[in-house]
Design a protein. Structure first.
Length: 301
């Protein structure tokens, strides 16, 4: 079993500290690494010698507080429906990371190579806030960590002291409070950068990808100048711009029923209760898996 120091919990798990049975009542995520990547992923570690499906995304893909997240549900279903029982199983490699942005994957050659070798990749639509751009830089592995403001951003918001911020959401919330009009200039840049970065990622994956919308609402037709709902700053046109580059897009929203089950069926320590209340429920993971399975079966054939 991999034993981590507190510093590793913080830097590599994006704040997911309940590993290796360290906290009573917390879920065991069986952390593992692949290749030379410094990132930690949810286990159990999967074999990569044969065919596999890779899952990229944030906390929803990782499956925080959920014993069987949708990548594992998909693996079980695909195994059960194999036409040739003698054929090897098709493992699901969960590469989801809490607070991940596109930069996490583009900036890690080992993980990018792993994804590129997959038979197919499922890419959760991640928000545009957690990636470096012409206005600010983020940590290469902890993409929610704000590192620095560019000269451009400091000139746009001269009244803001950017040394006060450690997280992108804190910084963006302050900019919105100071000037919604100037904040809109920043989010316009984020949307442009997100589309460009996603096109780059999909090109490197050779189009062998399914784009997954994992939220309780449809992609909005126009951008809302606010810090909600997640995934932040993503609108319908941005996803449509990617449709020609992917094998499929799953963009229907999660049902109210799956979103209203609260923390039923989740596993978490007492101090994680607030975070668990914001996470996807096991019912939502089952709903996502049910939407993915026929698409993956069709695409893999």
């Amino acid at each position: 079993m991999l034993i981590l120091t507190p510093g590793e919990w913080e830097s590599d798990w994006g704040g997911v500290m309940s590993v290796a049975g360290s906290f009573q009542g917390a879920l065991e995520y069986l952390p593992c690494r692949y290749g030379k990547s410094r990132l930690l992923f949810r286990g159990p570690k999967r074999g990569l010698d044969g065919r596999y499906v890779a899952f990229l995304g944030g906390a929803e893909t990782f499956g925080r507080f959920v014993e069987t997240p949708f990548p594992a549900l998909v693996e079980t279903a695909l195994d059960a429906t194999r036409e040739d029982a003698a054929a090897p199983a098709l493992p699901s490699v969960n590469l989801g990371v809490v607070n991940a942005g596109i930069d996490l994957y583009l900036g890690d050659p080992a993980v990018l190579s792993l994804a590129a070798r997959a038979e197919l990749c499922v890419i959760q639509v991640m928000g545009a806030q957690n990636m470096s751009n012409r206005y600010y830089g983020v940590h290469p592995r902890r993409n929610d960590r704000f590192l620095h403001a560019s000269d451009r951003l400091q000139q746009l918001f001269p009244e803001v002291d950017f040394t006060e911020f450690h997280f992108t959401l804190h910084m963006l919330g302050r900019l919105l409070e100071v000037s919604p009009e100037r904040f809109a200039e920043v989010t316009a840049e984020l949307r442009l950068a997100w589309v460009a970065r996603m096109k780059q990622l999909l090109t490197l994956l050779g189009g062998r990808a399914v784009l997954l919308w994992a939220a309780g609402h449809l992609p909005p037709d126009t951008h809302v100048n606010a810090l909600a709902p997640a995934p932040l700053f993503i609108e319908r046109g941005m996803i449509e711009a990617l449709r020609p580059r992917v094998a499929a897009v799953i963009d229907r929203p999660l049902s109210d029923a799956s979103l209203q089950t609260g923390t039923e069926g989740m596993v978490f320590a007492d101090f994680e209760a607030a975070a668990a209340a914001e996470a996807l429920s096991p019912a939502a993971h089952q709903e996502i898996a049910a939407a993915l399975i026929p698409v993956l079966e069709r695409t893999l054939r």
